[in-house]
Ligand binder design. Structure first.
Ligand SMILES: Cc1ncc(COP(=O)(O)O)c(C=O)c1O
Length: 438
C-alpha cells in the first residue's frame, strides 16, 4: 500500500487557525515556502506563477539576488538604531528618492506601512496648513488605521463596525469612466465630473477650510480604475485638481502606495499627467517586502512639520533602507520602467482581444503592468460571482491572480516588473483556458 503524502498546506493552516487571528485574511489556502522571480512555491512543493507580486510589493520579483545581498550585508553591520541616531542607508535613500520624485519633492519622512504613511501625510497636511478638512474619493483605499479607514470608501465592509471614524473627511465621486458618476460617455465628455469638486465646496465644505485633497492616480482596491482615463482633452483631471488646489491653497496628496516604483511604467503614476503634488505617499514596491513607507514633500513644507511632531521607532531602519536602495537600483539597471510599458501594452492588447469573445469582460484598463479586467453580467452590472470562479480556475492551473472592486468583480494582473514575455504568455494561456470554462 503506497503511503499518502501529508498535505502540509492543510496541516499548517489547521495549526495556524488556532493561533493566527482570522482577521488577517488570505486570498488562497496556501502556505508559502519560497519564491524566485515570478514564481512562488507552497510547502507541498507546488509551484505557482505569481501575478499578485505580494499586492504590488515584489516589483523586482521574489527574492531578487541583489536585494537579498543588500539585506544580508546590512544585517551583518547594523539592524536597528531608531531615533537614537541617523544612519547612512537612510541618508542615501532620501537622496535617491529626492532624485526620483516629481518636481521639487525632495524631503522624505520614512515609516513602516502604507496606512501609517497616509496618517502621517494627513497629520502633516493639517499641521502645516492649519486647516482641518480633507477631501477624498469614493472607491479610495488608503489603509486600515483609523484615519486610513475614514479616508477609505472602496467598500463599506472596510468601515462597518469601526464607527465613529475620525471626522472632517468628505468623499466625492472618483472619475470612473466605465461607470461615469455623471452619466457621460467616455471619449466624448468634457470632464463634467470635475464639477463635483466645485459642488462639494458649494454644498458642504468651504475651500478655505480644506487642508488637502487626496487621491490614487489609479485606484487600487477600489477596482483598478485609472483617473478619468476616458477623457481625451488636453488638461486632464489631475491638472485641473492641481489648478484648483493652487487657487484655494489646498495641498494635493497623491497616494502612490500601490502605483509607485515603476508599476505603471513611470516611477510614479502622477508622472503620466506631468503634475507635481505637494505630498506623495509611497510604500509597497519601495523595498521589495521589507516594511517601509514614506511621505515625500518639498523642503519648505517639510520644515514646517516641526521636529518631534511625528516619528516612528522603525522608520528609516537601515536594513529596510538598504533593501529599498537595491530594489530601486534593480529597476534602473534592468530597465524595468520600459519593460512595464512594453509588456503592459502587450498584456492589454491580448486581454482586449479575449474580451471580443467573452462578453462578460466589460472593461480592460490600467497603466503599465497594473491591469484591471472588470466582469459584468448580461445587464452590465458587476459580476463578482463569475470572477470568483475565474480566480479559482486560475489557481487550479497554478496561476495566482487577485480580485478587487466594491463587488469583487475586477481581476488584477500585477506581475513583477521584470516578468519575461514567456512568463506573461504562460499566464495568459492559463487565463484564457480559465475563461473558456466559466
Ligand atoms: C493605495 C493604497 N494606499 C494605502 C494602502 C495601505 O498600505 P498598507 O497595507 O501598507 O498599510 C494600500 C494597501 O493596499 C493601498 O493600496
Amino acid at each position: 500500500m503506497s503511503a499518502v503524502k501529508e498535505d502540509m498546506n492543510k496541516t499548517l493552516l489547521e495549526r495556524g487557525a488556532k493561533h493566527v487571528s482570522a482577521t488577517n485574511a488570505r486570498a488562497f489556502d496556501i502556505v508559502a515556502s519560497h519564491g524566485k522571480g515570478s514564481y512562488l512555491w507552497d510547502v507541498n512543493g507546488t509551484r505557482y506563477l505569481d501575478f499578485t507580486s505580494g499586492i504590488a510589493v515584489n516589483n523586482v520579483g521574489h527574492c531578487h539576488p541583489d536585494v537579498v545581498a543588500a539585506i544580508s550585508e546590512q544585517a551583518k553591520k547594523l539592524i536597528h538604531v531608531a531615533m537614537v541616531a541617523s544612519n547612512e542607508p537612510l541618508i542615501r535613500l532620501a537622496e535617491k528618492l529626492a532624485e526620483l520624485a516629481p518636481g521639487n519633492l525632495d524631503t522624505v519622512f520614512l515609516n513602516n506601512s502604507g496606512g501609517e504613511a497616509i496618517d502621517a501625510a494627513i497629520k502633516m497636511a493639517r499641521f502645516v496648513s492649519k486647516r482641518s478638512n480633507i477631501i477624498a474619493f469614493t472607491g479610495a483605499f488608503h489603509g486600515r488605521t483609523l484615519l486610513g479607514t475614514a479616508l477609505t470608501a472602496a467598500k463599506s465592509h472596510y468601515r462597518d463596525g469601526f464607527e465613529p471614524l475620525p471626522a472632517g473627511i468628505h468623499h466625492i465621486s472618483y472619475p470612473y469612466c466605465y461607470r461615469c458618476p455623471v452619466g457621460q460617455k467616455a471619449g466624448s465628455c468634457k470632464l463634467e465630473c470635475f464639477d463635483l469638486v466645485e459642488k462639494a465646496f458649494k454644498h458642504f465644505v468651504k475651500p478655505e477650510s480644506v487642508a488637502a485633497i487626496i487621491l490614487e492616480p489609479q485606484m487600487g482596491e477600489g477596482g483598478y480604475v485609472p483617473l478619468a482615463s476616458g477623457y481625451s482633452g488636453k488638461d486632464g483631471y489631475m491638472q485641473r485638481l492641481r489648478e484648483l488646489c493652487d487657487k484655494h491653497g489646498i495641498l494635493l496628496i497623491v497616494d502612490e502606495v500601490q502605483t509607485g516604483f515603476g508599476r505603471t511604467g513611470e516611477w510614479f503614476a502622477v508622472n503620466h499627467w506631468n503634475v507635481v503634488p505637494d505630498i506623495m505617499v509611497v510604500a509597497k514596491g519601495i523595498a521589495s517586502g521589507m516594511p517601509m513607507a514614506g511621505v515625500i514633500s518639498r523642503a519648505e513644507l517639510m520644515k514646517k512639520w516641526l521636529p518631534g511632531k511625528h516619528g516612528s521607532t522603525y522608520g528609516g531602519n537601515p536594513v529596510a533602507c538598504s533593501a529599498a536602495l537595491a530594489s530601486i537600483n534593480v529597476i534602473e539597471k534592468e530597465n524595468l520602467l520600459q519593460n512595464a510599458r512594453t509588456l503592459g501594452a502587450y498584456l492589454t492588447e491580448r486581454v482586449k482581444s479575449m474580451a471580443q469573445k467573452y462578453k462578460f469582460i466589460g472593461d480592460v484598463r490600467g497603466f503599465g503592468l497594473m491591469l484591471g479586467i472588470e466582469f459584468v453580467d448580461a445587464a452590465g452590472m458587476p459580476d463578482g460571482e463569475r470572477l470568483s470562479r475565474l480566480v479559482d480556475e486560475c489557481e487550479k492551473r497554478r496561476l495566482l491572480l487577485l480580485d478587487c472592486g466594491p463587488s469583487d468583480h475586477v481581476v488584477r494582473f500585477l506581475p513583477p516588473l521584470n516578468v519575461s514575455k514567456e512568463e506573461l504568455d504562460e499566464g495568459l494561456s492559463i487565463f484564457e483556458e480559465a475563461l473558456s470554462v466559466l
